[in-house]
Design a protein around this ligand. Structure first.
Ligand code: GLY
Length: 436
């Protein structure tokens, strides 16, 4: 197994990955680039230029890095995994061809349609004139999506024509999302609880991590604009029929379609699913672990994250999974159920800066309580300065609670957040409440 691992990224997801790796019985040497003040507790943070792929490869070769886990979508979409693999480094994360599933939503829709996976109807446009013409033929509400990656902010669910027109113009005319918004999708709006399904695959074999639910809107009761995610919990309880349907109608066909197109995939494929009255439908794919879903899914792993990622990167996931037979009480229709703990629950509540996802202040001093075994802080938009810890991002941190009951996990997360202080700290009070 790899003795030295590099985690690319510096958000809450990467802190969660580093924290889990640091708990590996194999005690790997962990590096994070750039990392954050949270990862610094368990890893050596590095200032690598992630846009200079040859330099990242040289660093890994010179330092004897045996495994790279790539957290965020941008380096994956830009092909960092391909560069590393060509340089002989084992990587958890797809190459550019696979990452296109997140980098190009129109491409993702084509893949879904060829695979016969249920997904909302859509049309794609490059000019506001043609998009507005089509908008008049659609029922409201309507979903407008920037085709490129936009940190979770390129999607608007529009209740009125005016809202939809404004978002279409922001994308196509004002270029709010730069190149990512120069092509858009207009999509029918579907309804139901959302579900995040993290499919770990080496292209042949796969397993599903514990199902989780993100809370994407900024406001309680799922109101206001979309964010990167304001909190999550896992596992989400699913009927056996829904588990089987997700496997048969989503996971198996999409993995078969990737193989049919000769798209290699070693990493995690995140299916954003809506559980509608007509069954599960895929809203989007991401080519990486979810954020904040990772914060609640990894603490439920029965196995060692290092082994899981190394086996996936090496194309040996099938033999690794044999070590995790389904146990008593595990959901038998959830492929890879033996890999996760189902008798514990995990909740993360994101503490954001006032104003997020719009403009927000930074540089506010932060006080965080000490971590416990069952409740801890995950850093995201924080920085250590001479004067102490300060805010630098919109999603500043996450408070995580882990307990045998969902309610207790929730209480632990909220108690920790209540003991956390920075000017403008804002968070939703309804994460994991009512379970949707
Ligand atoms: N939580 C949403 C995402 O990771 O894209």
């Amino acid at each position: 197994m790899p003795r030295s691992v590099l985690v690319i990224g510096g958000g809450g997801r990467e802190h969660a990955i580093v924290r889990q790796l640091a708990r590996s019985s194999q005690r790997p040497v962990v590096y994070a680039a750039p990392g954050n003040p949270g990862t610094a507790a368990d890893a050596r943070n590095l200032a690598l230029d992630l846009t200079d792929a040859p330099a990242v490869v040289r660093f890994c070769q010179n330092e004897g890095i045996e495994l790279v886990i790539i957290g965020p979508e941008d380096p994956l979409i830009d092909g960092l995994a391909d560069h590393l693999r060509h340089g002989g480094i084992s990587v958890f994360g797809p190459g550019a061809m696979g990452a296109r599933l997140e980098g190009d939503k129109e491409f993702a829709k084509e893949v879904l349609q060829s695979a016969g996976v249920p997904t909302p109807r859509y049309h794609a446009f490059s000019t506001s004139e043609s998009a507005l013409g089509h908008l008049d033929t659609m029922d409201l509400p309507v979903v407008v999506k920037a085709c490129g990656a936009a940190q979770g902010k390129g999607v608007a669910v529009c209740a009125t024509r005016d809202e939809a027109e404004a978002f279409i113009r922001e994308c196509l005319d004002d270029q709010r999302f730069g190149r990512s918004g120069l092509r858009i999708l207009l999509e029918e709006c579907i309804f139901g609880p959302e579900l995040s399904v993290l499919i770990v695959t080496d292209g042949q074999d796969y397993c599903l991590l514990a199902p989780s639910r993100d809370h994407k809107r900024i406001g309680e009761g799922d109101t206001g604009p979309n964010t990167g995610g304001m909190g999550a919990f896992a596992p989400v309880e699913l009927s056996a029929a829904t588990q089987a349907e997700i496997d048969a109608r989503v996971v198996l066909p999409v993995l078969a379609e990737l193989r049919r197109r000769d798209i290699p995939y070693r990493g995690v494929l995140y299916a954003g699913i809506m559980l509608t009255a007509n069954g599960p439908q895929v809203l989007e794919f991401n080519c990486r672990f979810g954020d904040p879903e990772t914060q609640v899914v990894l603490p439920l792993l029965r196995g060692d994250l290092l082994d899981l990622c190394a086996a996936t990167a090496a194309g040996e996931l099938g033999s690794y999974l044999q070590e995790f037979p389904v146990g008593e009480g595990d959901p038998v229709d959830w492929t890879g159920a033996g890999l996760s703990e189902w008798r514990r629950h995990c909740v993360v509540v994101v503490g954001a800066a006032d104003g997020y996802p719009g403009a927000y202040l930074t540089g506010r001093p932060i006080e965080v309580p000490a971590d416990r075994d069952d409740a801890w802080i995950v850093h995201a938009g924080t920085r250590e300065t001479e004067g102490g810890l300060v805010t630098v991002g919109g999603r500043v941190l996450g408070a995580v609670g882990l307990a045998p009951r969902l309610e207790s996990a929730r209480e632990l997360a909220y108690s920790l957040l209540a003991a956390t202080h920075f000017e403008g700290l804002t968070y939703r009070r309804d994460i994991a409440q009512g379970k949707d």
